[in-house]
Design a protein around this ligand. Structure first.
Ligand code: HMG
Ligand code: MG
Length: 324
């Protein structure tokens, strides 16, 4: 298919044409093994997970979110965190993990984890569905986790879900999002990731949130963006965030993902689609797109269905077969 589209010239890489006002380098925070696999019906064997993470690191991803230390009954797909982490000791990447509470933190620290993420919600409905807590109860649950993690020398990321819309509550007032972000920064989070959990954001909305956060003292240097691609807006939203100065972007290899507690959430922005855009803009990522694509094709075979990523499908030459 690639050959048919390009008249025979193989296009394994985008043509590089820079654009003004963009960063020289972006750090991709790869979430496939966590945000992707937590949403799969099948539990992927722990050896396959370890191989997946190793392959992602070998493809040049410097940060790979590995798993979650949540209550295993809530996310059985990631209940093997204790088996997985020791298998990754020689992986050359930062390997953050999700931790909701002090029980999760002690499990993670006992395994030598150096980087954790707490995960708040901008809305009451999702806080209840995902954490069995109100927004304020969940912030109170995170405060000692952040303090203790930092005392133990760990880096802490704070996620905020439902920043742009909520499947139960509809539109989410920006001020409500800013309040939760501010609370996480005041607690000591080193970085915030703004989640469009159900993929409804559009670029103007992204810019409005980023500028209100800036006015409240949370600058782009502390922010990451986490887009889901439900309405095909993830790359447009990412570009808007980059133009605003954000340099950390979450993405999921092959577009794996969703969220088990937000049924309308489809896949995350696919890492390959992101890398194609960034490399086309001359932005460094350190990622080898060919190796990354091969990893997603390999993972798709394990999961028994093709990757939804346009870039994976184009590079793997499967677009025509799937669309016939
Ligand atoms: P709960 O049911 O209220 O639990 O869950 P609890 O606090 O009442 O504790 C009950 C029992 O669970 C206790 O045991 C605890 O020790 C145990 P008992 O004393 O009865 O024997 N327990 C644990 N065991 C192991 N590890 C733990 C743990 N915690 C408690 N960490 C809780 C509350 C927060 C734990 C639960 O709601 C939970 O685990 N939620 C996590 C759900 C989740 O992982 N969701 C997906 C991630 S969020 C996401 O994907 C969004 C994101 O991608 C960004 C975006 O897209 O927006 C990040
Ligand atoms: Mg997510």
């Amino acid at each position: 298919m690639t050959e048919r589209l390009t008249g025979g010239a193989p296009l394994g890489l985008p043509m590089e044409v820079t654009a003004p006002g963009l960063p020289a380098r972006v750090r991709i925070h790869e979430v496939g093994p966590r945000d992707g696999l937590q949403n799969e019906k099948m539990v992927v064997p722990v050896e396959v997970k370890a191989d997946f993470i190793r392959r992602l690191a070998d493809a040049g991803l410097s940060t790979v979110e590995a798993t979650s230390f949540v209550r295993p009954e809530w996310v059985p797909q990631l209940a093997d965190a204790e088996q997985l982490m020791p298998m990754l000791e020689d992986v050359d990447a930062r390997l953050p993990v999700l931790v909701p509470n002090q029980r999760g933190l002690s499990r993670a620290l006992a395994l030598g984890v150096r980087e954790i993420a707490v995960f708040a919600s901008a809305t009451e409905s999702f806080a209840k569905a995902n954490l069995n807590r109100t927004v304020d109860e969940s912030l109170a649950m995170f405060a000692p986790v952040v303090t203790d993690a930092k005392e133990a020398g760990a880096r802490v990321r704070g996620y905020v879900s439902m920043c742009f819309g909520d499947p139960w509550e509809g539109p989410v007032p920006v001020a409500q999002v800013v309040r939760v972000c501010r609370a996480l920064v005041d607690m000591g989070c080193d970085e915030l990731s703004l989640g469009d959990t159900i993929g409804v954001a559009t670029p103007g909305h992204v810019l409005e949130l980023l500028s209100l956060l800036g006015e409240s003292g949370v600058g782009a240097d502390r922010l990451a963006v986490h887009f889901h691609d439900t309405y095909g807006q993830a790359l447009a939203n990412t570009l808007a965030a980059l133009q605003h100065g954000v340099t950390v972007v979450d993405a999921s290899a092959g577009g794996l993902g969703g969220c088990p507690y937000a049924k309308s959430a489809t896949g995350n922005l696919a890492t390959e689609d992101l890398v194609w855009m960034l490399h086309g803009l001359g932005i460094e990522t350190g990622v080898d797109l060919g190796r990354l694509t091969a990893t997603s094709v390999w993972m798709a075979a394990h999961l028994g269905r093709p990757s939804p990523s346009r870039t994976v499908r184009a590079l793997a030459g499967t677009t025509s077969q799937q669309e016939q």
